[in-house]
Ligand binder design. Structure first.
Ligand SMILES: Nc1nc2c(ncn2[C@@H]2O[C@H](COP(=O)(O)OP(=O)(O)OP(=O)(O)O)[C@@H](O)[C@H]2O)c(=O)[nH]1
Ligand SMILES: [Mg+2]
Length: 320
């Protein structure tokens, strides 16, 4: 059994399989049209064939630079595997993409003592609050005592939105009042969560524009006060990116990474995007990995990012 066959066999029993396949449908259909006859026997594996594959990758939001690196690796892998029939070459390409992405790190190292605090940041409307709700469900189902903090005091309605989710999922929610200094909300929440023996505290923040220095300064202030309350907090800063905005998301991410210590990316709305190749650019151009992917609007549609499941779903025949 080849390596990819083993991956397929593992994927076929993966509990997240259907959400991956369903959530990546748009991207898969798009890639199918791009790769239309590239893996058909009528095509010779010459330079123009490699160019066509490169452009198919680029059109699905892999940057040209990243696509160039992938094509070099793909050529090498084809040579090593001595494959000359391009109907098998697709398998080699999928394997190349999986290898190129590499392993996904664990999401967060839990603090030894007291709550592990995670700050979720990103621009307006990317899916921060919804993602926090989904994460809270996941961690709760793992037996952790989860708390949410409504540190978005900027947008009217943001506090109620998080409170509603907390009620629905049945986790604790710490909140202040509209337009209160978010740092003071955080201080109170961190203090209270220690007393409540919370294991993991997920902090929602206001959507911010990276070019607005007051909002970025506000983040810096949050870090200072959090560390004072719980040493080491926030233990992780996760950046939410909307997959439907493609390469712009990379530029946004670069600005956040310059301003804060982003430890992981959550890529949302992949179900609404046909450009699933963007994860490859994220991997190559930012030194931060995707930890979770949003594959739909429902609470169970956030999944740990798994490169094998991801690329098998993107290029997928069905793996039943
Ligand atoms: N289809 C789809 N929709 C999503 C996903 N994640 C979030 N959304 C939707 O995106 C919209 C915005 O989500 P929010 O969670 O409110 O976004 P936010 O970043 O908190 O927005 P602000 O607080 O205004 O900055 C909502 O309609 C969500 O249902 C996803 O993975 N797939
Ligand atoms: Mg929000």
């Amino acid at each position: 059994m080849g390596f990819l066959d083993k991956l397929k066999a593992t994927f076929s029993v993966n509990k997240d399989k259907n959400v991956y396949i369903e959530g990546l449908k748009k991207s898969r259909d798009y890639l199918d049209t791009q790769f239309l006859d590239l893996f058909a026997q009528s095509r010779t594996m010459d330079e123009s064939w490699f160019d066509d594959i490169l452009f198919a990758l680029v059109s699905s939001d892999v940057s040209i630079e990243t696509a160039g690196k992938i094509i070099d690796l793909f050529k090498r892998a084809l040579k090593e595997s001595k494959i000359e029939d391009n109907t098998f070459a697709k398998e080699v390409l999928v394997q190349t993409l999986i290898d190129f992405y590499g392993e996904t790190p664990i999401d967060v190292m839990m603090a030894l003592d007291g709550p592990t605090v995670i700050l979720v940041v990103g621009v307006n409307g990317v899916g921060k609050t919804t993602t926090i709700a989904k994460l809270s469900k996941k961690y709760k189902s793992e037996g952790l005592n989860v708390g949410l903090v409504a540190a978005d005091t900027f947008r009217a309605g943001a506090i109620d939105q998080l409170k509603l989710w907390a009620q629905k999922i049945d986790v604790k929610c710490y909140f202040g009042s509209y337009q209160q200094d978010p740092s003071s909300v955080l201080v109170d929440a961190l203090r209270q969560s220690k007393a409540d023996k919370i294991d993991i505290l997920l902090c929602d923040t206001a959507g911010r524009l990276t070019n607005k220095s007051n909002l970025m300064n506000e983040l810096a202030k949050m870090f200072r006060v959090m560390d004072r309350e719980i040493s080491g907090a926030p233990h992780a800063i996760w950046l939410v990116l909307d997959a439907t905005i493609g390469q712009n998301g990379i530029n946004q991410a670069k600005q956040f990474i310059e301003a804060t210590e982003v430890g992981g990316i959550i890529l949302t709305k992949l179900d609404g995007s046909s450009k699933g190749g963007v994860v490859l650019s994220i991997k190559d151009q930012l030194d931060v990995k995707v930890l979770f992917v949003g594959l739909g609007e429902k609470e169970d549609d956030l999944k740990p990012f798994n490169p094998q499941s991801y690329f098998l779903s993107l290029f997928g025949d069905h793996y039943d």
